[in-house]
Structure formats: C-alpha cells, structure tokens
Design a protein around this ligand. Structure first.
Ligand SMILES: [Zn+2]
Length: 273
C-alpha cells in the first residue's frame, strides 16, 4: 500500500530519481557501503518533503537506517556521509570503475558458469536471482532477488538493490566484497562474492522459493529439490546441475511450474529420488 505525507507526496520515489541517487552515492549505503539499500529522504525528512529531489535523498542499508531511527546516528552524520559516501571512497560497493564494457557479469554457481542477459535463476515464472548492469558515470551491478512461499506470495524482494518487500526479519550483511543474505537467526540463504573485474561467485545458496529448494553443495553441484505436490503437479524428486556453461542467454537456470529444470545448454542430469 502506498503511503503519503501531509503534502500528498507518495513514498514511491520515481525510478529516474533513484538512478541519480544511486550514481551520486556510489551504489551503496553512504555510511557502510552495503549495496542493499533503501532510499531515505534526509534533507528535508520525508514528512516535510514536497517533492522527490535527488539531492535530498540518500542511500542507507537496513542496519544504518535502524540506527538513525534509534538516534544512534544523527542527521548531521548522515549528511556528512552523504557528502562523502563510503562507496565512492573505498572499494566497498557494487559501484565498480573497471567493469569490462557493458557485458553482464559472469556468475559462478558451484561448478556452473552463467552469463545471462536476464535472470540467473527463475522458478515458477518468477525471478529468484538476477543481476543487471547499470551504465552511467559509474557502471554498477544491481541485484534482483525474490523469495516466494509455496503459494507464490513474495516474502522478500530486492529490486535493483532496494529491499522492496520484507515480510519477515531478513539480515543482509556486506563485508569486504561479500554479501550474505539470511533470515534472522536462521541459516545463510545466499553468500556471494564480487570478483573483479566482472564475475560474481555464489559460494553458498540454500533457499526455498515456490516449493523448490535450491542448494549449492560443497562439491560444486547445484541441487534442485521439489516438494511433494508442488504447484499441484505431484512432482517430487531431485535434479543436479553440474558443469553447465551458458553464455548470452536470457536466463541461466529455469525451474518450471511443474518442477522441471531447463537449461539453455543441457549438461544436467536428473535423479529420481
Ligand atoms: Zn549501512
């Protein structure tokens, strides 16, 4: 539901304004560099804003935003970091100066290698994980991610690095060049590391979306397990995705509604449990 302030301004920041803010702030939280962010009106604060001016909006991660709400970080500190964002000072955000051209990043997932123009993983016709390149004064890789429950309802969604839906407590931590996503007090769902100049290594993956569990094993196999009765098709079983090399296709790994794994280059094997 869209909320409005007393001047009738919607909380929805237009995409073009978001793009300007991303570019200016170095694609990450201005304080700590975490690339998973929200757009925060800081000058003036949202309750006093009459328009979405890029200059008055900054990027904060969930943790730094919480600290500002609790008063542990004051407005002056936010303004100071906004003027000198972490992502532009250090090599800490997904804003990268030496991305090679505009090609999509190479995604290394276990023993598999994908370079996709669209998503990396798609389950039941919904994006689970994808990366896109934003070209601008500073090119950057933007992350899209969505976790759905068995009925296809979105529980957690990141759109172009912004947490847009969060129906539980999710923890997103950025350290060095590594991003970890987990449900609070729960195991790691995703651990990826940005490898210069243009590769992303998914070293840990264990998530369930739309009744499909996807894991990366230590030996490099990607395993897709289907819950009994997924999408009403009664499919149950497991498939391995191993040694797959895909380049220039719209999507790397597609799991269809009836629980089948499809790959552009088929070097996967199916195992019935
Ligand atoms: Zn932060």
């Amino acid at each position: 539901m869209v909320s409005y302030n007393r001047f009738g301004l919607s909380r929805n920041v237009p995409e073009e304004v978001k793009r300007k803010v991303r570019q200016r702030c170095g694609f990450g939280c201005v304080i700590c560099g975490n690339p998973i962010i929200s757009y925060e009106h800081f000058d003036p604060p949202f309750r006093d804003a009459r328009s979405h001016s890029a200059d008055g909006i900054t990027l904060l991660c969930g943790s730094c935003h919480q600290k500002t709400t609790m008063g542990l970080i004051n407005k002056g500190t936010v303004a100071k970091y906004n003027a000198d964002p972490s992502g532009l000072r250090e090599d800490v955000s997904f804003g990268i100066d030496d991305l090679v051209g505009s090609v999509p990043p190479i995604v290394l997932m276990g023993s598999n290698r994908f370079r996709c123009t669209g998503e990396v993983i798609r389950v039941a016709d919904r994006t689970v994980l994808g990366f896109e390149v934003e070209i601008g004064a500073r090119p950057a890789v933007l992350i899209n991610m969505r976790i759905c429950d068995r009925n296809g309802r979105t529980m957690f969604e990141i759109v172009r690095n912004e947490v847009s839906i969060s129906k539980a407590n999710w923890d997103v931590v950025w350290r060095g060049q590594s991003l970890t996503v987990r449900r609070a007090n729960y195991k790691i769902l995703l651990l990826l590391k940005f490898m210069m100049p243009n590769a992303i290594k998914i070293s840990r993956l264990d998530l369930i979306s739309s009744g499909v569990r996807l894991r990366v094993r230590n030996n490099g196999d990607v395993v897709a397990t289907f819950a009994s009765g997924m999408q009403g098709q009664g499919t149950e079983g497991m498939q391995l995705i191993r040694g797959c090399c895909v380049d220039g296709v719209p999507c790397g790994l597609v799991v269809t509604e009836n629980g089948r794994v499809a790959l552009a280059a088929s070097s996967w094997e199916a195992i019935e449990r």
